[in-house]
Design a protein around this ligand. Structure first.
Ligand code: ALA
Length: 420
């Protein structure tokens, strides 16, 4: 059990690798401080156990008749149901397993009915920026509260069928978007809405039923379930009418001689050709079960205590600027990006890794337009130029106050007052 002062007796699901030893170049050994959950989260112990339990039976899904194949087919379809329940799917929603969120959003982009315009905000992560065909890009709102009115005005002017797509929590700033309000606006104007929940799902409960969101995409590797599985969940009609995402066995109901005529399945099978990623799906479902059974409100309070500690520490460091789109007090999950004046992002992260055994991510985080803009805005707030890349610290179930404090100590070495 991991505890922090803000939530003393909370049960925190255990991740593997909480105490990995790291040998530093100066010969010291320290425990690895993983602050890179937003890129790839470590594996939950229960996820590893679920995969290990199934491994001896590992066999073909939907393709064999022996006991092993029967078990694997049941496990795969049970995983589908569990993941659907985790996001509060409606009974007629489809749950299609993919490789990750990028794959899921590309699948949805291919399934749009002809003539559909995708409406999104400038600053989306590349996975939610690049797959779409015709797009209407809205300027980034000055505040999250402004986004619904901005969307309503844009949709009122649009005569084409539309899909709105929005990130639930930014992979750069962690800031949370007002998804249910945006869904209400989209539906009032006859549009549908998709939620990129890659960074939201591990941190906050999601309900398609309650939020009325039409589609959600998420990744196992960002919610403690490695093994390469993501998912697209939502309305079945567009998915059933679209050409199969991959052409091949499993998606086909019947193929005529020489393959000239093909009848494709409807349902998830239509877009899951080839042998499915059984272990990935089982891992994702095990993570969903563990998170759904946890006290998520308390886990969120724990995470917020860590984020507050990190952000208030950063704000006290001269020459360090946090990146943000909205007000400083806006709701966010455990993701904080920042830049250090006069030090490139890559040099900051190399210093943290080499001197302190800390893992973070640096660069532009697959959200180049957003990070460029936020770096410019942060430079203006700080009234000092920042480098052209940032550093991101992201928090999850295995993060401790010691990790956060170590990061702040490491950064203090680099701030202007302390630089040699
Ligand atoms: N989108 C992932 C990240 O933000 C890869 O790190």
């Amino acid at each position: 059990m991991t505890t922090i002062a803000a939530v003393p007796d909370l049960f925190v699901p255990q991740v593997l690798g909480e105490h990995l030893p790291v040998r530093l170049p100066d010969g010291r050994e320290v425990g690895y401080a993983n602050l890179d959950y937003a890129a790839t989260a470590p594996c939950l112990a229960t996820v590893a156990a679920a995969v290990n339990d199934l491994l001896p039976w590992y066999a073909g899904v939907h393709r064999g008749v022996g006991e092993a194949s029967h078990r694997c087919t049941r496990a795969y379809e049970q995983a589908r149901a569990t993941v659907g329940d985790f996001v509060g799917a409606r009974p007629d929603d489809e749950v299609v397993f993919t490789r990750n969120t990028t794959d899921a959003l590309n699948l949805l982009a291919r399934a749009l009915p002809p003539g559909t315009v995708t409406v999104l905000w400038d600053g989306e992560h590349h996975a939610n920026l690049l797959p779409w065909g015709r797009t209407l890009r809205l300027p980034a709102p000055a505040s999250a509260e402004e986004a619904p009115a901005q969307l309503a005005a844009a949709l009122a002017r649009l005569s084409d069928p539309a899909l709105v797509t929005v990130t639930g929590a930014s992979n750069v700033t962690g800031e949370v978007w007002p998804v249910a309000e945006l869904a209400a606006v989209a539906h009032r104007h006859g549009a549908r809405i998709a939620l990129d929940a890659a960074q939201l799902a591990a941190h906050r409960p999601i309900s398609l039923r309650e939020s009325t969101v039409d589609y959600v995409a998420l990744s196992g590797h960002k919610m403690y379930a490695p093994f390469g599985c993501g998912v697209l969940i939502g309305r079945s009609d567009w998915l059933d009418e679209a050409p199969p995402y991959l052409a091949g066995g499993g998606a086909t109901a019947a193929v005529s001689e020489h393959g000239r005529r093909v009848r494709w399945h409807t349902g998830p099978a239509r877009h899951e050709a080839g042998t499915p990623n059984l272990l990935g799906a089982v891992a994702l479902a095990a993570a969903c079960t563990e998170l759904a059974g946890a006290d998520r409100a308390a886990l969120d309070r724990r995470e917020q205590a860590l984020v507050d500690r990190l952000r208030s520490g950063l704000s006290r460091l001269p020459g360090v600027a946090e990146l943000r789109q909205f007000t400083a007090g806006h709701d966010r999950v455990g993701i904080v990006s920042f830049a250090v004046t006069g030090v490139a992002g890559g040099d900051v992260s190399a210093h943290l890794a080499g001197r302190y055994g800390i893992g973070v991510r640096d660069g532009l985080f697959c959200a180049h337009p957003l990070v460029h803009r936020l770096l410019d805005e942060a430079s203006a707030r700080l009234e000092r130029p920042l480098g052209d890349t940032a550093v991101r610290a992201s928090i999850g179930l295995g993060t401790t106050t010691e990790h956060v404090d170590r990061l702040l100590t490491g950064l203090a070495d680099l701030t202007p007052a302390r630089r040699p």
